[in-house]
Design a protein around this ligand. Sequence first.
Ligand SMILES: NC(=O)c1ccc[n+]([C@@H]2O[C@H](COP(=O)([O-])OP(=O)(O)OC[C@H]3O[C@@H](n4cnc5c(N)ncnc54)[C@H](O)[C@@H]3O)[C@@H](O)[C@H]2O)c1
Ligand SMILES: [Zn+2]
Ligand SMILES: [Zn+2]
Length: 404
Amino acid sequence: MKAVVYHGSADIRLEDVPEPKLTEPTDAIVRLTSSAVCGTDLHMVRGTMPGMREGTILGHEGVGVVEEVGPYVRNLRPGDRVIIPSTIGCGCCSYCRDGYYSQCDHANPRGSRAGAAFFGGPVDTGPFDGLQAEFARVPYANVGLVPLPDSVSDDQAIMLSDIYPTGWYGARLAEVTPGDTVAVFGAGPVGQFAVLSAFQQGAGRVIAVDGIASRLQGARALHAEIVDFNEEDPVAMILEMTRGIGADRVIDAVGVDAQRASSGPAVPDADETRAFEAEREAATAGGARPVGDTWVPGNAPSQAAHWSVEAVAKAGSIGVVGLYPPTLNAYPIGVALNRNLTIKLGICDHRRYIPELLSKVMAGTVDPARVITQHQPVSSAIDAYQAFDRRETGWTKVVLDPAA
Ligand SMILES: NC(=O)c1ccc[n+]([C@@H]2O[C@H](COP(=O)([O-])OP(=O)(O)OC[C@H]3O[C@@H](n4cnc5c(N)ncnc54)[C@H](O)[C@@H]3O)[C@@H](O)[C@H]2O)c1
Ligand SMILES: [Zn+2]
Ligand SMILES: [Zn+2]
């Protein structure tokens, strides 16, 4: 079968690989009908999410049809359409039973304290082969797979595999309550779903910050008030827009590949620039290998974190869903402490939120497919990755057709 395979930093290839087989009684084999490229995949290819094993199939967003089930998958049949949650949980341990699926005690073969198990990630997450492929083995399929009604399209469903639940989770972590003013850093696909989710959770205003016009326009279409950090200082602007109070809640939907301002009043001074460069070294552990303007790690890993603590109101709260690697130890803890902030972070417990978000889609109150900007056959996956990596206009969310 065809799959997108990781070979090294800046080296991914479309290859023919063997089809997966059932190995555990709770496994299912799913034939993918839709997959997608995510900002998380970029961290791994850029080298800012280290520890990838050569030969791992990439991708953690998938929708498909059950092809085959193990003997302990007694709730699904071949032919069922399903959403595959990005993270894997066993459904038996106390964490899963409390809804903390991404902190499952059993799913990660590296041990109960190794962290979230997910498809197509670094060694410490399993590793499990990913979903940018024609078929995938899904562990604990009886727990993870969410059945899909015919009324929900693949385009709607693929947004529910990772990024809509993650945006929703970001708003939950930030403790959004009715009337709040919420600032969302990052207007990529996850940031756009954070905007939508913040409104759905009752936000009165949402302010979206990014440096890319097309992504800001996506946030504006969802009725966020937009700020371009290459034109205005986002902290000064958020204070100005809130009469000096700041945002009640902040969602960081940027992560380690954050950029600093390249123009305008927010360009960092020489000392700040040196500090960001040192962080980039630490984050990539020397493993980055950009090719021209492709696969370039972000030049200010803690920039979104700094802006978050500066832009939030006193005693406000911050939810961090942008991914940071264990190698990065830069968070402005002193400023946060001095302002009595609450900061919550994490890997989304996808399985916990997918059913309720699916019901919103079924009820017609939201169409998550509107965030998709591109459909590509998997045969063009590498070109699609590169265009998304360079954040070319019109390449905000790329959905892949695994069979084409
Ligand atoms: N926690 C989770 O479970 C989870 C799940 C999915 C994705 N993620 C993470 O969420 C993040 C966003 O994912 P995505 O697919 O939207 O990625 P993306 O790379 O498409 O989007 C990131 C956006 O942030 C913008 N940006 C860069 N520097 C910025 C700054 N200093 N301030 C404001 N915006 C800035 C970029 O221009 C871009 O539009 C990634 O870090 C991804 O790994 C986390
Ligand atoms: Zn993703
Ligand atoms: Zn579990």
